[in-house]
Design a binder for this molecule. Structure first.
Ligand code: ADP
Ligand code: ZN
Ligand code: ZN
Length: 831
């Protein structure tokens, strides 16, 4: 990675004094970075009232074309621009939401990942969602005129007329408009384009009053002195009396046990500000409170090194490679203690799916009020609340997913990235940053220490440890010398030869499940493919049913009796005849998790079975609910996709079955082997974590593939050695810097032409750059867009970046649409 300070940052730093809060220097102008796909900041003049208040890092509302947009001030100054500029409208923050170091981090991301700064800054803020969804529409002046005309003439059923009619009376939120007029989306867009209506992004606070009682905390409100003067109903008086006697905040559901009708009373009082209702920080139900363990010697040795680095206040990156069940979490907790003891803050990043209320609960139990949790299930206002606590230094331990890396932790001393290999750290939309790598840049800037933890470190991280860029810490054994689970490979080709049947489950797997059902132990079954059948084909002509928007086959989902595209979610009915030749011989091929569940029910009618995949899990709650049920032994078997492989610690699971280890191996992606190895190792690690030993049965038709074989042997080192050779030989990362560049267009000929033009423009290539393509992307068409791919590899990060910038300039010069050129630096997926 390049140096943190880009040239641009240097230039801005030299610019005349942006006023940092002293309130003495008046600035007449400010440069604002806006969430638009353009690579520039926009200058606005400041009205008198804002001149002393605007600082770099504050959000500000400015006019942009016919719209109002919220952007981030990147500099306030007195350099008069050459052209006339418009005036800023409203300052949102009196204090910067992004401090100088976070702004610098944003610049680094924009440069390194080739993304517009405004979009980077937007995704760094906790309030990203509100700037997108909290739109309030109003008529513009020309809109008012147009409305008068149109409403006289137009058909009242016309969507455009309806929108105008509603907005004639007052400003309305987009959410309201959409609810009222479900078909108005297009009308709103076209009216906005014409400049007849304009949106303002607003900070929306979700009303807590409507939340269920168990999610609310109640405390005395500001207006309570007046309570004696008011004639209140009995329940409300009693509640106030109780709160006066018991200061602090109370869970409303619990209060209902003590004070009759507390729920209703509290809501009524809250409306008059006599009490305050707030949402519970996070339900900590299901938290497994545990006393700190005395570290074993491997944990202690790892911790000692981390503590020393924290105390020396130096930037260091540790890669903690600990087998599944080796107690990495305990080391994290101790490291956080050490950071706090040194007067510094700590940040723990976890993969998307791992941040459950149970996990949050553990942190509350250990660190109490000092913890802030940044959870995507939170509402905007809750997240904003957490963010402010962190900024003020009230919370010095922060747990969050990918975007948590931007939390304004004060005096940051430690960043832990758990399961550092996990692909959810990579954002799959602009800006396509990797949270792990961003964490390292941030730590470097802050002089903080980084701990990357995993049982299956990414090749990149392990290679950095080999080169001594990172310090390797190893936890080679499970806690209390528990054995690693035994892994048996089951060759499904052999199984077929012996049974003459194509079966989803081998005899060995059936026997093993039967035993578990008899003994009351639990089973997890992985099949990393959702749906029922993976495709639908015609026996007569061989036609396979593809999505109308994407060039992939559609998956049959039996429960909804329809075909679903896993790329764009387009759904259609299952045809009764072949759409191509009208034959009736349609058949279903391939197995998904839904079919596994079905077949399990057929084979083990008495078993209690739950399924965990994206079809059964619609929200975080569902996920937690199913896992909780499984932990509480309400189910015997849990079937699922890779969702079940991550981090769960369920002691009663003694059998893990992998229905097919082959699902990911055929992918046209140089990481296919690494991903398969990680998935199999992680899922195998779910077995035998309690006092009972576990076994793992892996069904495969590739028993000799090194990723399958070495995951069965749980031999990370051997896998790493083999895979790193392949990468070196092929000049793949970590031996080169790579970017995936796509040129996209609705019409195939446009995409092809643009790709060819770009190809000509970047040639001749510098010597240290290799480009594969342009070629059809592995999936040619996604969401109605055709895609041509350039895979760019270079031994020089700088050369790669320059080439990408050159391509961006070309696209800009040609006025390509905002999404026509997609760039993914350090891509994890090449589809
Ligand atoms: P990992 O994340 O490495 O897979 P965990 O951190 O989940 O492993 O630890 C596995 C189990 O071992 C947990 O139940 C944890 O409470 C327990 N544990 C961790 N360290 C110790 C220790 N030093 N002594 C006893 N039990 C421990
Ligand atoms: Zn056919
Ligand atoms: Zn599709």
């Amino acid at each position: 990675m390049d140096d943190f300070h880009s040239d641009e940052a240097g230039r801005e730093a030299r610019r005349e004094p942006a006023d940092f809060g002293s309130g003495q220097i008046a600035n007449t102008y400010c440069d604002v970075s806006l969430p638009v796909p353009l690579d520039q900041a926009f200058t606005y003049s400041l009205p008198e009232t804002l001149r002393h208040r605007v600082q770099a890092g504050c959000r500000i509302v400015v006019p942009f074309g016919p719209r109002k947009l919220t952007g981030v001030v990147i500099a306030a100054h007195n350099d008069a621009p050459e052209q006339a500029v418009r005036e800023a409208l409203r300052l949102i923050d009196e204090e910067p939401v992004l401090d100088a170091s976070l702004l610098a981090l944003g610049r680094w991301i924009a440069g390194y990942y080739c993304a517009p700064l405004g979009e980077v800054l937007r995704s760094m803020l906790p309030l990203a969602a509100e700037t997108r969804s909290g739109k309030i529409y109003q008529l513009t002046d020309s809109g008012r005129d147009a409305a008068r005309q149109l409403l006289l003439e137009a058909n009242p059923d016309d969507a455009v007329a309806q929108v105008l009619a509603l907005l004639e009376r007052r400003s309305l939120s987009l959410t309201y408009l959409k609810k009222k007029l479900p078909l108005a989306a297009n009308a709103i867009r076209s009216l906005e384009k014409k400049g007849f209506i304009a949106a303002e992004d607003v900070v929306s606070d979700r009303d807590p009053i409507r939340s269920p009682a168990e999610h609310l905390r109640v405390s005395l409100g500001g207006a309570s002195e007046a309570s004696g003067l008011l004639k209140l109903p009995k329940a409300e008086r009693e509640l106030l009396a109780f709160l006066e006697l018991h200061p602090g905040s109370h869970n409303l559901a619990e209060l209902e046990g003590t004070v009759k009708n507390a729920g209703t009373a509290a809501r009524a009082l809250a409306k008059r500000s006599l009490v305050t209702l707030e949402r519970e920080p996070l339900s900590i139900s299901g938290a497994r409170e545990r006393a700190p363990h005395a570290l074993n010697s491997a944990q202690q040795a790892a911790f000692d090194q981390i503590r020393a680095a924290i105390e020396q206040r130096e930037f260091r990156v540790f890669l903690m490679h600990g087998v599944t069940g080796s107690g990495k979490t305990e080391v994290y907790l101790n490291a956080i203690d050490a950071a706090l003891a040194a007067g510094r803050g700590a940040l723990l990043l976890v993969p998307e799916i791992a941040l459950t209320p149970a996990m949050a609960g553990e942190f509350f139990a250990r660190f109490g009020e000092r913890v802030a949790i940044l959870h995507s299930a939170f509402s905007d206002s809750e997240r904003a609340g957490q963010w402010r606590r962190i900024r003020k230094g009230q919370a010095s331990v922060v747990v969050g997913t990918r975007s948590g890396v931007f939390a304004p932790v004060q005096h940051l001393g430690l960043i832990i990235v758990d399961e550092e290999h996990d692909s959810s750290y990579k954002q799959e939309e602009t800006p396509r940053y990797n949270g792990r790598d961003t964490a390292i840049m941030r730590a470097q800037h802050a002089g903080a220490c980084v701990v990357l933890g995993s049982a299956t470190p990414s090749l990149e991280s392990r290679f950095n440890a080999e080169r001594s860029k990172y310090t390797l810490l190893t936890l080679p054994e499970r806690i209390q010398q528990r054995p690693m689970p035994r892994v048996d490979l089951i060759d499904m080709r052999q199984e077929f030869l012996e049974t003459r049947k194509v079966a989803t489950f081998s005899r060995a797997l059936v026997d093993a499940v039967t035993e578990r059902l008899a003994s009351g132990e639990q089973t997890m079954l992985l099949l990393n493919r959702r749906g029922f059948s993976s495709f639908v084909a015609c026996r007569s002509c061989g036609h396979r049913i593809e999505c109308q928007n994407c060039s992939i086959t559609m998956t049959f989902h039996k429960r909804d009796r329809r075909l679903l595209c896993h790329m764009c979610n387009y759904a259609r009915k299952v045809p009764s005849v072949c759409p191509k030749c009208e034959s009736e011989h349609i058949y279903f091929l391939g197995t998904g998790s839904e079919k596994v569940e079905d077949e399990l029910h057929a084979q083990f009618p008495e078993a209690r079975i739950a399924r965990l995949d994206r079809d059964t899990v619609t929200g975080k709650k569902h996920y937690e609910h199913i896992l909780h049920g499984f932990r509480e032994k309400q189910f015997d078997i849990l079937v699922g996709t890779q969702m079940i492989a991550k981090g769960h610690d369920i002691p009663n699971v003694t059998l893990v079955g992998v229905v097919s280890a082959d699902v990911g191996l055929g992918m046209p992606d140089f990481r296919a082997a690494e991903r398969t190895f990680q998935l199999l190792t992680q899922v195998a690690g779910r077995a035998g974590r309690g006092d009972l030993p576990g076994i793992v049965l892996v069904q495969t038709i590739n028993p000799d593939h090194y990723a399958v074989r070495l995951s069965a042997a749980q031999d990370y080192e051997a896998f790493y050695q083999k895979e790193i050779q392949f990468r070196r030989f092929m000049h793949y990362p970590p031996f080169s810097a790579m970017a995936n560049v796509l040129v996209r267009a609705i019409r195939q000929e446009d995409a092809l032409r643009m790709a060819t033009e770009l190809d000509l423009h970047i040639k001749p290539l510098p010597e240290n750059i290799k480009v594969l393509g342009p070629a059809e992307a592995p999936v040619l068409r996604i969401k109605t867009e055709y895609r041509y791919q350039f895979l760019v590899k270079s031994s020089s990060r700088k050369a790669l970046n320059e080439l990408l910038q050159k391509a961006r300039e070309f696209a800009r010069g040609r006025k390509w649409g905002a999404t026509a050129l997609m760039m993914d630096v350090d891509p994890l997926s090449l589809m």
